[in-house]
Each structure stands twice: as C-alpha cells, then as structure tokens.
Design a protein around this ligand. Structure first.
Ligand code: SF4
Length: 343
C-alpha cells in the first residue's frame, strides 16, 4: 500500500484516502495534514419536533427535541428522504447558509425550551462536530440521542457513543440482496445488527426500525430473519415498522400499503417481540404500548401526542412489571379524551 494512503476505520467501507482521493465515499471524512478529519463544521437545524415524530417511542416520551441534520452519509440510499442535504458534496457544503456551530445549537435549544437534541440518520461520522456539541452540552440538562444506519465501527467512536443517551438504528432490509439494491454497502444489515448487539451490551437505550419496501425486502423469510435476530438480542427492544415513500432516485416504486405494514406488525408480534409499532399511522393499536404480560394499555399515541397510564416508576399499574422507557414521560394529550383498557 502507498504509504501516503490512510485507511479510514470509522465505518466498514474502510476508504483509502490520499492526496488524489482526499474525501471518503461518505463525503464526511477527509484527509488533512496526513490525518483524518470530519469535514462538516456545522449542522442544519431542522426544526423542533416531538420525539415520537423523530421515531423514538421509548425515550423521553412526549418530550420535544431539536433535530439536527448533517451533509454526507456512508450508505447513500437511493430513497433517502433527506437527500437534498445528505447527498451534498464537500464544496457545496462550504457554500451552504444555515450551517450552525455547536454553541449556537445549544442556545437555540435552551431558548426554545426543548428537552433534548436528536442527530439525524447519517450523523455519527461527524465526530469532530459531535465532540464539540457534547462538550457544550455539559450541565445543560438536555438529552442527546442519535438516529443511525448502524454501519459504523463502534470501537473508533466510543467516546461519543458513551455520551449519547439513546439510539435508533434504521434497517433497510435484512439480506445482502436488499442492501445492494438500495445502498452502496451490501452488508449493511450485518453491521447494523452488530451495532445493536454492542450497544445493548453497553447498556445503551436502543430502538430499531425497518423500512418495508415492496418487492425488495418484504418477503416473509427476510422479515422473519430480521425479527428473530432482534429477538435473540432482546425481545424488549422497541421495533418500528416504517412505510417506504418514493424519494430521490427511487420514484418508480409505490409507497408501502397499510396492509403490508399491518401484516409485518403481526409477524413481529407472533415472533415474540414485546414492543412493536407502526410509525406511519395516525392512531390505532399498532401505535400504542401495551403491557406484554397482561395486555394493559400503557401509552396511548395519537399522531405525535401521548398519554399514559403507567405508575410514576414506569410500571404497569395492573401487574407491576417494569416497562423499558428511558427518561421522564411527558403527557401531551388531554386525559379526558382517552380511556385506558386492556387490548
Ligand atoms: S442511511 Fe439514512 S441518511 Fe444515509 S442515505 Fe440512507 S436514508 Fe439517507
């Protein structure tokens, strides 16, 4: 190997960077003075959302968070919903207006009185920025959580990972064939599963999602393998079933139908997962949290709003088992409108 080459080990793509190829496939990591740097010195503030809207159901339920989006990603999915920023080139990133440094982000979060900050799907490789953000967050009483495709080498990002309160790992299939059809890393599901495993062993809060794409990753065999693999790690991991929506370069495929989402939900429940959800529906049983022991309705969700019937120490009021919810639960629905009963 040319001694001028540096292999980036942050993710399994292991890009070889040099003077001739100064930026990795992710467009996040580059070479400078014979060392690696993360190129983004800013993030985009992408609005204030309920945490449920961003995909977490068991982390600070009912809280609000500032959502940050970063350019660049190591999977480069053909349907990326945020492709207009994610697929930008480094030179274009420099030109962006609206890029914000970590101190400013914290100021916005405090002024807007949000409870936390959520980093987008491709964010974790921006380690220089996230380190600064973590430093600015100390003693600020804000949580920090990350959505990720899970295609990372945890050992090289441990200092960041230890400081993040919760992770949502997105899966886009569970075979080499599926990942080769939608991304640039065919083994993405294997790496993402390894990430789930490692994070759970580190005692981190973990939720997972699976985007169901008709004709690509929706076969019963593939879904079976995914749910079984997650169950083997822990049947308490919240599993979110998501609708594929045509975007970016995959405009020729229809959005996932409700029936397919419901069938997928039923399969996951049948395989013994305790907390399964369909994210993209407004309300219904598939959006609520029920006690896995006695079926008692514990958290009811309508849109992105929540109400709950848990005890103050987050146990089922009927049978007393502890429900794996991290952080304070905030009621955002009018209690009088709701009734809680067994499923
Ligand atoms: S992993 Fe997420 S952010 Fe990255 S390209 Fe795929 S959908 Fe977009």
């Amino acid at each position: 190997m040319n001694k001028e080459n540096i292999v980036c080990k942050l993710c399994p793509l292991n890009c070889k960077l040099s003077k001739e190829i100064p930026v990795g496939l992710c467009r996040v990591i580059g070479i400078k003075n014979s060392g690696l740097i993360s190129l983004n010195n800013g993030a985009f503030e992408y609005g204030i959302h309920y945490i449920e809207e961003l995909g977490f159901y068991h982390l600070y339920p009912g809280s609000t968070a500032l959502y940050l989006l970063f350019p660049g990603c190591n999977l480069r999915c053909l349907f990326c919903p945020e492709w207009k920023i994610v697929m930008k080139k480094p030179a274009e990133i420099e030109e962006f207006t609206g890029i914000i440094n970590p101190e400013k982000i914290i100021d916005i979060a405090i002024n807007e009185k949000v409870d936390g900050i959520v980093l987008s799907c491709n964010s974790i490789l921006n380690y220089d920025y996230i380190r600064l953000l973590i430093k600015s967050l100390s003693n600020k009483n804000l949580y920090l959580s990350a959505i990720t495709n899970g295609v990372i080498n945890i050992d090289y990002l441990l200092d960041i990972i230890r400081k993040i309160d919760g992770f949502l790992i997105r899966f886009f299939g569970f075979t080499i064939k599926s990942y080769s059809k939608v991304s640039i890393f065919p083994q993405g599901h294997l790496k993402a599963l390894e990430t789930v495993n490692r994070l759970v062993k580190m005692n981190k809060h973990v939720e997972v999602s699976y985007t169901v794409i008709r004709g690509i990753n929706d076969s019963t065999d593939e879904l079976n393998s995914f749910f079984t693999a997650i169950r083997e790690i822990s049947n308490d991991i919240p599993v979110h079933i998501r609708r594929f929506k045509p975007n970016y370069m995959m405009l020729d495929r229809t959005p996932t139908r409700n029936k397919s989402l419901v069938d997928t939900y039923k399969l996951a429940k049948k395989l013994g997962l305790n907390y399964v959800y369909i994210d993209d529906i407004f309300e219904g049983n598939e959006k609520n949290t029920y006690c896995p022991k006695d079926g008692y309705l514990l958290v009811r969700r309508i849109g992105n709003w929540v109400d709950f019937s848990l005890t103050s120490d987050k146990k089922c009021p009927a049978c007393g088992i502890e429900i794996p919810l991290k952080g304070k639960v905030k009621r955002t629905l009018d209690r009088d409108l709701l009734t809680f009963k067994r499923s």
